[in-house]
Design a protein around this ligand. Structure first.
Ligand SMILES: Nc1ncnc2c1ncn2[C@@H]1O[C@H](COP(=O)(O)OP(=O)(O)OP(=O)(O)O)[C@@H](O)[C@H]1O
Length: 389
């Protein structure tokens, strides 16, 4: 069982700052997912943890040990890679045991016993005598996981381990990884660029961009209370709509609509963000964030209340379980997730309302969140969080 601390961790490659001063504690037994776009520094962070890269500055601690400069083989962590990294000429069993045998720290009986246990846990008994060329991608990744498990490491470090698998297998393996983690309770750091994967796997999710941490929270908190535009737009699919508005008297105003912001200005903004002012006559620019699933069509929800507005349908996009309606009002374009069989044509006028409990405002200059509506005030998890400095 292991706690991992990253303190002001930095990695430069020539003139590229891949990791730009990260502070993060990974709790004992936690499943932590690092997610972000390509090039944001997530693999480098993982490789620093594994000792495959040397930090330019900062410290990595594992429990009480400073491992910043410790050789990879002395860190007792097990890496699982996207390309499985199996030896092609060895059987599944040899691939699993090779590291243990060469470490010389285990007897043959111990090795056999651990392979049996891992084979049972991962359901790979019938793969042990096959070579990787005779295995599917999913089977190879199970062998790679077996190799990680038998070492009984202090932590698993996984770098996009499912991205070479087809969509169906990926979903199945996600469930297996969750089960495996519940069984082994080993501290796990998992890197992916796929926000859906991050949200389904992570107990906590780190969103990274440009070598920095944008937010570290549970999937639900990231979704409901993004601390900035980057997180708001990265988490959730289809992405959150962002519309330039003017805020006045607790209302978000745009050419063609006025959306009341419940609680705005009554000191009810999210803890940790500035409440937006409501003094009469105080106008300021903001970016209104509304998820496509938090806009509604009047024809589907007759009880929308008064705060509706009219928009024009641009195009519709069937997504299977919903219909994505691209529409516009004035110069604002946005998306609405409607029922799958809604009949709409380009050019149709629609009546739209938004869920008053799921509105967000962001600072147009900095992108920082300024306000989340009512749901924010109901979230005990969020309210207990210390305000940001
Ligand atoms: N060995 C290296 N030499 C030079 N630059 C590097 C090296 N490794 C990574 N980088 C650069 O550091 C930055 C972060 O790379 P990293 O691989 O950590 O990103 P990532 O978030 O894992 O991206 P991806 O999802 O594409 O793998 C990128 O700009 C990358 O080009």
């Amino acid at each position: 069982m292991t706690t991992i601390q990253l303190q002001n961790l930095r990695k430069e490659f020539d003139d590229v700052v891949a990791v730009d001063g990260i502070d993060l504690t990974i709790e004992d037994g936690e499943f932590l997912v690092i997610v972000g776009p390509s090039g944001c520094g997530k693999s480098t962070t993982l490789r620093l943890l594994a000792g495959l890269e040397q930090a330019t500055a900062g410290r990595i601690g594992m429990d009480d040990r400073d491992v910043t400069s410790t050789e990879p083989k002395n860190r007792n962590v097990a890496m699982v890679f996207q390309n499985y990294a199996l030896y092609p000429h060895m059987t599944g069993r040899r691939n699993i045991t090779f590291g243990m045998k060469s470490a010389g720290a285990f007897t043959d009986d111990e090795i056999d016993q651990r392979v049996e246990e891992a084979a049972k846990t991962l359901d790979i008994a019938d793969l042990l005598d096959r070579k990787p060329e005779a295995m599917s991608g999913g089977e190879r990744q199970r062998i790679a996981l077996g190799r990680a498990i038998v070492r009984d490491p202090d932590a698993f470090l996984m770098d996009e381990p499912l991205s070479n698998l087809d969509a169906k297998l990926r979903i199945q393996m996600r469930a297996e990884l969750t089960r495996l983690h519940a069984e082994l309770e080993t501290t796990t750091v998992y890197v992916t660029h796929d926000q859906t994967e991050a949200m389904t796997l992570g107990e906590r999710v780190v969103v990274m961009n440009d070598g920095r941490l944008m937010q570290v929270d549970s999937p639900q908190v990231l979704y409901d209370f993004p601390e900035n535009r980057f997180v708001a737009e990265f988490i959730g699919d289809p992405a959150m709509n962002m519309i330039d508005v003017t805020v006045e008297d607790g209302t978000a105003i745009h050419d063609g609509f006025e959306i009341p912001l419940p609680g705005a200005g009554t000191d009810a903004g999210t803890p940790g963000t500035d409440p937006i002012p409501e003094r009469s006559g105080d106008r300021h620019d903001a970016v209104l964030g509304v998820r496509p699933e938090d806009f509604y069509l009047a024809q589907e929800s007759p009880d929308l209340g008064d705060a509706t507005f009219t928009a024009t349908v641009d195009v519709t996009e069937p997504l299977g379980d919903s219909l994505l309606v691209h529409c516009s009002v004035g110069d604002a374009v946005f998306k609405i997730q409607a029922e799958p069989r809604t009949e709409l044509q380009s050019g149709d006028e629609i009546t739209v309302a938004s869920d008053p409990e799921r509105l967000h405002l962001f600072d147009p200059e900095t992108g920082e969140a300024r306000y989340h509506s009512a749901t924010a005030r109901r979230s005990p998890e969020r309210i207990e969080r210390a305000p940001r400095e």
